[in-house]
Design a protein around this ligand. Structure first.
Ligand code: USQ
Length: 405
């Protein structure tokens, strides 16, 4: 297949590009390199040293003989160029990762809120409109988030995207299937909730073939393909904005920094290893919906864990200390989470579970590159409201936190 990977330079996009190229697909990365610009804005860098995207593609070709082409394009602001690109390359499938993906970044200031909404919603809508206009019948696979469901305990398993409900009508009860009600916990998660409505409309109105993957928190850094050469290494975020909880705990353990549990640590979240994440994209591609079908939604996660249990496990494994910090986010202190993921299991996913070997691998990567870590960028300083900001002004080592605006 000819596959366009929008956002192919990012944390999930890059290993997906390698995985699909390795399977023999013709891969085109389309990216505006915004994630690299955000590193510059925030004054942080990936724990792992990353080469330019062009250099990464050159090494991949030298290593495997497979070519990945890179195209510099901003989906959200260059609509006419996007249309021309699609008309020229006519992909069989489009994988859409090209969105600002950090909740804390999206909540930093009003400017970051506006950027996240403008970028994410325009990127998605431009893509949908351009597919219709060019008449390209590509399967669109979008990386969404488990966070669209929200994290209040409902006491029942979260289904894969849709909910069967019964409504009262003058002639009696009527059954209906609706999109599971969204309850986003950040501006970032809100943009992925808006994406769902855009997909629903374009599938119904124009017959676009769309799969939306509701992914949990990704952990780990290497995949089979990124391990092949030092310069194919994946990015690894550890800072308070882009670092995600399990990877953060692992690097904190590696550098002797206390594990930063927000609030009581009673938050339960869904997780998936990066290797499974790329495998799920492959599986989703193999099972495209037909035109006229409703949007296909998969829950892309393999297990759930409570934040404080993860901290306890990593402390037990490494001897790290744990600190319970005032929570910078507005979220439930404690929640239960049961999630259905039957569709990927039926397609053949064999989940990689949290296991000592893979956890230790991340700690080893962090130790290897520990000299690249700026400890002052570890605390999460982005507060969800101005009131919360007043309560979270110290880091675990007692220093006053600096807000970046
Ligand atoms: N947390 C801590 N300590 C930390 C960092 C986070 O206790 O040092 C807590 C947070 O308060 C939150 C939970 O861990 O309760 C998860 O936070 P996170 O930063 O790991 O994940 P999140 O902000 O939800 O976002 C990440 C990705 C996002 C993806 C989402 C999947 O950045 O792109 O969509 O995970 S999900 O969480 O299932 O919505």
């Amino acid at each position: 297949m000819r596959i366009a990977i929008l956002g192919g330079d990012g944390f999930v996009g890059w290993p997906t590009s390698l995985h699909l190229s390795n399977l023999g697909h013709e891969v085109h990365i389309v990216d505006n390199l915004s994630r690299r610009w955000i590193d510059t804005e925030l004054g942080v860098q990936s724990l792992t040293p990353m080469d330019s995207i062009q250099e990464r593609c050159r090494i991949w070709k030298a290593e495997t003989g497979h070519q990945i082409q890179f195209h510099l394009l901003n989906l959200a602001t260059e609509y006419e160029r996007l249309k021309a690109w699609l008309a020229e390359y006519r992909p069989d499938a489009v994988i859409h990762f090209a969105e600002q993906r950090a909740a804390p970044y999206s909540m930093k200031t009003d400017r970051h809120k506006v950027y996240t909404v403008d970028n994410n919603v325009s990127a998605t809508h431009n893509l949908l409109a351009a597919l219709v206009e060019t008449g390209i019948d590509a399967h669109l696979v979008h990386l969404g988030t488990m966070g669209v469901y929200g994290y209040s305990s409902v006491g029942a398993p979260i289904p894969e995207g849709y909910l069967d409900v019964e409504i009262d009508t003058p002639t009696g009860k009527k059954g209906m299937e609706i999109l599971y009600p969204t309850r986003p916990g950040s501006v970032y998660h809100m943009t992925k909730s808006l994406d769902q409505i855009l997909f629903q409309f374009y599938a119904q109105n124009d017959g676009l073939r769309i799969t939306d993957l509701h992914q949990g928190i990704v952990w780990g850094t290497h995949t089979e393909q990124t391990r092949r050469h030092e310069q194919l290494i994946n990015r690894f975020d550890y800072d308070g904005d882009y670092g995600t909880v399990l990877n953060r705990f692992l690097i904190q353990a590696a550098i002797g920094y206390p594990l930063t549990v927000h609030g009581t640590g009673g938050q339960t979240r869904a997780f998936i290893h990066i290797q499974d994440s790329v495998r799920c994209i492959e599986l989703a591609l193999s099972d495209a919906p037909a035109s006229g079908e409703r949007v296909r939604i998969f829950n892309q996660m393999t297990e759930t864990h409570r934040v404080r249990d993860l901290a306890e496990m990593i402390a037990g494994m490494t001897g790290a200390k744990t600190v319970y910090l005032p929570n910078p986010r507005k979220e439930a202190d404690e929640n239960e989470l049961i999630v259905k993921n039957d569709q990927f299991l039926a397609l053949g996913l064999e989940p990689i579970r949290l296991q000592q070997g893979l956890l230790s691998e991340v700690v080893d990567v962090a130790r290897k590159y520990a000299h690249r870590i700026d400890r002052s960028r570890v605390p999460a300083v982005s507060a969800w409201t101005k009131d919360i900001a007043k309560r979270v002004d110290r880091d675990p080592e007692g220093k006053r936190l600096r807000q970046v605006s």
